[in-house]
Design a protein around this ligand. Structure first.
Ligand SMILES: [Zn+2]
Length: 318
């Protein structure tokens, strides 16, 4: 099936989908979409913001996916690594809350705004941990769902050194991180991380909020139905005291997560109603089925159109 190739702006949307902390980039339209590995971003201006979640657990916001830091007496575990150029700033932010070395980096999925720092942290001695499909996709290279832009295979030194299939518990002195795989949601390699002592849940990009719709990476195993199922699993795990670190956007509680689920379900149903009329993907986009949700989501017309396409392809099994 022929896919429309969108402008470079769409490539940036996909890489940072849901990145509330990111200023809206405005690259010139181009027939050659920017490669996801080469965004025109000024990392020098990025400031890492640290939020104390209690029990020696912290949320770091910089540029790219949110990071969760869990400090123990014998080391630090970090969920996601943003971009390589931010390594020194992230390391300094971790050093400000713990004198222990970063021993583990868990990737919630393969996207470059969550894994870009892996190689640099591995060089520092961290073990990089990811679900097997993350390693597979990083090793093989990937194609962007919307733009067709290719990300080349990662340097072998940057690949996760430890992978798992369904679940893994990382025990540190006095605390644990529980890793669980959730299939076919944002991608086909999503991991969420639960810190029971701190009641902190790191969702990866199954949950992505801020001034845009989430990305559903259908070209890499993602599906809106899996996104909703993933959020249902998080709602079952959480209670009113749970602190939810989304893949992008501000810290959430269970009520905010329920709102997010309602938006996903509404968007899915609105696109499904158009599909039921036997419309083509382009015709569904032209009908602007999410118009009533765009303002609350803070989505641009392009962002809304992209989300419609990704839901459409999810529901078509694409
Ligand atoms: Zn992502």
């Amino acid at each position: 099936m022929k896919r429309p190739v969108l402008a470079a702006a769409a490539a940036v949307f996909v890489i940072f989908a849901g990145g509330g902390a990111l200023a809206q980039p405005a690259p010139a339209p181009s027939t050659t979409p920017a490669a996801p590995s080469a965004p025109a971003l000024d990392f020098s201006k990025v400031v890492i913001k640290t939020t104390d979640l209690g029990h020696r657990t912290y949320m770091l916001e910089g540029l790219g996916g949110n990071i969760t830091v869990a400090a123990a007496d014998d080391g630090v575990l970090m969920v996601d690594s943003q971009f390589a150029p931010l390594h020194d700033k992230i390391k300094a932010a971790v050093a400000a809350v713990s004198d222990q070395p970063i021993r583990f980096v868990v990737n919630t999925h393969f996207h470059g705004d969550h894994t870009g720092g892996d190689a640099a942290f591995a060089k520092d001695g961290a073990q990089i941990i990811a679900q097997i499909n993350v390693r597979r996709r990083l090793a093989a290279g990937t194609v962007n769902s919307l733009t067709g832009a290719k990300t080349p295979p990662a340097d072998p030194a940057a690949l996760p050194s430890r992978s798992f299939d369904k679940a893994l518990t990382i025990a540190m002195k006095g605390r644990a991180a529980i890793l669980r795989y959730f299939p076919d949601a944002h991608t086909d390699g999503d991991t969420y991380v639960w810190f029971p002592d701190a009641k902190v849940l790191s969702t990866g990009d199954i949950v992505s909020v801020g001034a845009r719709y989430p990305n559903v990476d259908v070209a890499n195993g993602g599906n809106i139905k899996g996104m909703i199922a993933g959020v249902d699993a998080f709602l079952a795990l959480a209670d009113d005291d749970t602190k939810i670190v989304p893949g992008h956007g501000p810290l959430m509680d269970k009520a905010a997560l329920a709102d997010y689920r309602a938006m996903l379900v509404q968007a899915r149903d609105l696109v499904a109603a158009q599909i039921a009329l036997k419309k083509s993907e382009d015709d569904v986009v032209a009908a602007k089925p999410l118009a009533g949700l765009d303002a609350k989501a803070g989505a641009t017309p392009q962002g809304s159109a992209n989300f419609v396409r990704l839901i459409y392809r999810s529901l078509q099994g694409g």
